[in-house]
Design a protein around this ligand. Structure first.
Ligand code: ATP
Ligand code: MG
Length: 387
């Protein structure tokens, strides 16, 4: 890959998340590569080396090169000609310093040679990265005005890495510029929110976002500060619990029409919105008073994951829940149980001579009701004997 592109005086280096995460011992997601080679040259050299180049963003200088089944985003160095930022006039460049200056945070402007040598054009990235400090490159106010998404990216990286105090200069700049978030598309906001919520320091970070009014703006007004307490409890009760959707549900314990607006604002997929709506509704059917059969019924109707998510959400809505061991027992018991499998199918009824049609579905539902009423004890033969 590097051997193919970094020839004839050109250089290629890994940049961004892959370098940052390697330094921090965190798993590496996608690999971005920065190179002095022009996009057309990258295409030609990759092809000549038998690799598969795809011009995914060639107008911005990005070619996706697939090597050994892994896609690499290879982007030619860029520098600003007129103004800085996403909408600036840019040109391709061979200047690593200029390329670094266009990036958002010092920890994201580290470059690594294939042999692992690190280059730090800002001079601050390496130390900031190791200290897990998220700091803007250049003047935070100016950098945010170029692209308001950087406000949410600031919180995203803090939620992932910021075990320490949040950078004061960055925080005051994001607060001052927060109204700019309204100009961002739902896709871009939703993408960042999905990445903030499951992060290790999400609760602390969302707390800061809530106190500074940024969550409210990002969510289009549909969140109340008191909902933040639910997210806090979710983390306290079950630190490992909560993908982005469950954590979003914890932040959204409000009326139905607002939830729909939130789905729209964050451009949740139908599957995500459906799961969140189901968890929100199902939560009200959980309490620590449920007996074993009632638990199994919920597991059967909701499936394992949704039932546990709904129970966790119900728990975090109860202010005194943390002290109440009965909630913990409920979750433990749900986790330990298997989902009952209905032992009768339509073909069993057909085999008994029933005709296909709506009557068959009704009969099946009646048998299912008997089965649930039996506490899931009746087997197939016993259930069919009653038909
Ligand atoms: P991840 O591990 O989540 O992919 P990443 O740092 O690689 O993190 P990307 O969104 O893949 O994040 O972006 C790659 C790099 O491009 C960043 O590290 C950063 O240097 C630069 N970058 C991305 N988005 C912006 C932006 N909005 N403003 C400035 N630089 C950006
Ligand atoms: Mg990346």
């Amino acid at each position: 890959m590097f051997d193919a592109i970094a020839i004839d005086g050109d250089t290629a280096r890994v940049v961004g998340g892959a370098v940052r995460n390697t330094l921090l011992g965190e798993p590496v997601g996608d690999v971005d590569i920065a190179t002095t080679a022009l996009p057309q040259t990258v295409m030609e050299r990759a092809k000549a080396a038998g690799l598969k180049p795809i011009p995914t963003g060639i107008e911005h200088g990005t070619i996706t090169v697939v090597s050994g089944g892994t896609p690499y985003e290879v982007t030619t160095l860029r520098e600003d000609v007129e103004t800085f930022g996403r909408h600036a006039v840019v040109r391709f460049s061979r200047d690593w310093q200029a390329d670094a200056a266009r990036r958002d945070f010092t920890m994201n402007a580290l470059y690594a040679d294939p042999d692992g040598a690190i280059h730090d054009p800002t001079g601050e990235g390496h130390a900031d990265c190791l200290a897990r400090r998220v700091r803007f490159i250049g003047d935070p106010h100016a950098r945010i005005r170029e692209d308001y998404l950087r406000i949410l990216r600031f919180f995203r990286f803090h939620a992932h890495y910021g075990s320490g105090a949040i950078d004061a200069a960055g925080l005051s700049a994001v607060i001052a510029a927060r109204e700019g978030i309204r100009q961002l598309s739902g896709e871009r906001v939703g993408h960042e929110i999905r990445r903030i919520l499951p992060a290790p320091y999400a609760v602390e970070t969302v707390g800061v976002m809530a106190e500074t009014g940024i969550i409210e703006i990002a969510f289009g007004g549909v969140v109340r500060l008191e909902d933040f307490a639910h997210l806090h409890r979710l983390k306290d009760f079950a630190a490992e619990a909560g993908d982005a959707i469950l954590r979003l549900a914890a932040l959204s314990c409000f009326v139905q029409e607002d939830v729909d607006r939130l789905f729209e604002r964050l451009r949740l997929s139908n599957a995500e919105a459906g799961r969140m709506a189901l968890v929100l509704v199902a939560a009200s059917s959980f309490s620590p008073a449920l007996d074993d059969i009632a638990c199994r019924e919920r597991l059967y109707r909701l499936g394992h994951e949704t039932a546990i998510d709904a129970a966790l959400l119900a728990w975090c809505r109860v202010a005194a829940g943390a002290q109440d061991q009965s909630w913990r027992r409920l979750i433990v018991s749900l986790r330990a149980q298997t989902v009952p499998v209905f032992p009768v199918a339509g073909r069993d009824l057909l085999a008994l001579g029933m005709k296909p049609g709506p009557g068959l579905g009704e009969a099946l539902r009646a048998i299912e009701a008997d089965w649930i009423a039996s506490g899931f004890t009746l087997g197939r033969d016993a259930l069919l004997a009653s038909v």
